[in-house]
Design a protein around this ligand. Sequence first.
Ligand SMILES: [Zn+2]
Length: 245
Amino acid sequence: MNEAWFLSAALPIGATIGSYASTVALRAGRGEQATLGRSRCDGCGRGLGFLQTIPVLSFLLRRGACETCAAPIARIHLIGEVLGGAAVALAFLVATPWRAGLLSVLGLALLSSALIDARTRRLPDLLTVLIAAAGATLAWTRAPTDLALGVVAAIAAFGLLQFVRLAFRALRGHDGMGFGDVKLIVALCLWLGPAMAWAIVIAGLVGLAAIAVIRPRDRRAPFGPAIALGAWSVGLLLEAGVWPA
Ligand SMILES: [Zn+2]
């Protein structure tokens, strides 16, 4: 009963944060001031009132188009809202309320990073720091030895990834992986410890699949969303006690 109450309060918050993150990602991708300013239509710039910004519902009621200019509402808004709500729901499904709250913060920060990376190919340091802090707290409260393992995994991952980047630069002339990706992986190691290796395997497969499906012109794709998906999958199993830790 308690869980149901927490979830009903947290679900709209998750969807709203997902909505905000998608707006920030869109604006940053266009090189605009991203984090402030009221909600407005991406087409005609008309300011949006409360009724036009209810997550998911507004998109469906307006059939995915602006009431004033009929410009289609960018899909990223709906994606951010649905995934924001889903992240919170999954967190409350696998963990006790206070732990689920912390897990929600981590999940929403991951989602925001993924959306912003998809649009700008940059992972904001502020979100990576938030992910590191939430992940470290989750590991510490699971067992202090888990956080110790996480720190070891983080140091090992940083060394390994920097070596791979150097090798890539020497052989191929580019880094292969951005430094933002390295920082995100290191941050997630604090939460997942050695299991982060599996998250990277999943991320690699997701990344390859995405390149095969989307076929970007430069044959490169932002890696952040794949890292986020891999870590979130493994992390949920770990928090649910299903992962053989
Ligand atoms: Zn409009």
